[in-house]
Ligand binder design. Structure first.
Ligand code: BMA
Length: 323
């Protein structure tokens, strides 16, 4: 019998009807659907802006809407946001992995997405109020950069974008500031990929947009571990200062969510859980993450934000360069 102390605390609960969306649900022929951006609309509808990959291997975005966020998805009959390489050449190989932030000051949703250019992936930004019409703001970070999301409000008068450039020392999470969402500067390292034999060594990236809590901004991030049979994508937690979000207050050493179920273990890319967004329930505490599973379907898991915070206090520590 397993000793009760030998069991990890279960923070995330997978929905019993996982995966909740896959290729067979789509109204038109596709290869796979995964890594959706998420918004909770004013009427309570959950909107997923799904990454859909076609049989050229290029992605576009397609909206799916559900009243309860679990089933009865109304999926747009045609692609919602197709790449537009004529006007935006950086989108020539597709648009991927959207992260959605509602900005009350503009009463609009901002979608930060990966634009796959001839020179690698970069970050582009678009604005919408209805997920039907999109206004592109163009490429805001050149390759190689991805895993980006905007903060919902200004920090010290500036807009803030989290993103993940790749450099010679690895793939770390940065934050940059802008007065107008067009010109970005004041770049700061936000969270470093660890060095050494860690689950999150060398390559990390933001999952969904930051979660605002009374104690600061809570971040769910992915760590990538290369192994002899391919990469393992797992999720960890970190907390950042509310007024100065580049300041990491706490970071957990262990991952909190990892591929376990068959639909996460096996697919086009094995062993991947990859959320790009979430909703927070009416109780202000229930976090529902919608994640790509093995780059082949979309699954749902829930957690309590308060329980995640308790876990971070118990298991996290302020970042220490010697680790
Ligand atoms: C990352 C991103 C994700 C993808 C993951 C696993 O680099 O491209 O879109 O889910 O790899 O393939």
């Amino acid at each position: 019998m397993t000793h009760p102390d030998n069991v990890h605390e279960v923070l995330f609960h997978r929905h019993p009807s996982n995966p909740i969306l896959s290729r067979s649900d789509w109204p038109y022929p596709i290869n796979t659907v995964f890594n959706p951006g998420v918004a909770r609309l004013a009427d309570g509808t959950t909107l997923l802006l799904c990454r859909v990959e076609d049989r050229r291997g290029h992605s576009h975005l397609c909206a799916a809407r559900s009243r309860n966020g679990v089933d009865d998805w109304q999926i747009d009959a045609e692609p919602t946001l197709l790449p537009d390489p004529i006007h935006y050449p950086e989108e020539v190989f597709g648009v991927e992995d959207p992260r959605i932030t509602y900005v009350p000051e503009h009463q609009a949703y901002y979608v930060a997405y990966t634009a796959y250019s001839r020179y690698g992936p970069g970050v582009s930004l678009a604005r919408t109020t209805n997920f039907v019409d999109f206004e592109r703001l163009g490429a805001i970070m050149p390759p190689e950069d991805k895993d980006a999301a905007l903060l919902p409000q200004r920090i010290g008068g500036q807009w803030a974008l989290i993103h993940r450039p790749i450099g010679p020392s690895g793939a770390h999470i940065w934050i940059s500031y802008s007065p107008d969402m067009e010109y970005w500067g004041h770049h700061h390292l936000m969270l470093e990929a660890r060095q050494g034999a860690w689950w999150d060594a060398n390559k990390i990236g933001l999952s969904g947009p930051l979660i605002e809590t009374p104690e600061g901004w809570l971040m769910l991030y992915h760590g990538v571990r290369p192994t002899a049979s391919g990469a393992l994508y797992r999720l960890g937690l970190a907390l950042f200062d509310h007024e100065q979000p580049e300041r990491c207050l706490l970071r957990g050493d262990e991952w909190v969510f990892a591929p376990e179920e068959d639909y996460e273990r096996t697919g086009d890319v094995n062993n991947v859980v990859f959320p790009c967004g979430h909703t927070i329930g009416d109780d202000g505490d229930t976090l529902a993450i919608y994640y790509g599973a093995a780059d082949s379907s979309i699954a749902l898991a829930t957690a309590s934000v308060r329980a995640l915070m308790r876990w971070l206090h118990a298991h996290g520590h302020a970042p220490d360069a010697s680790r």
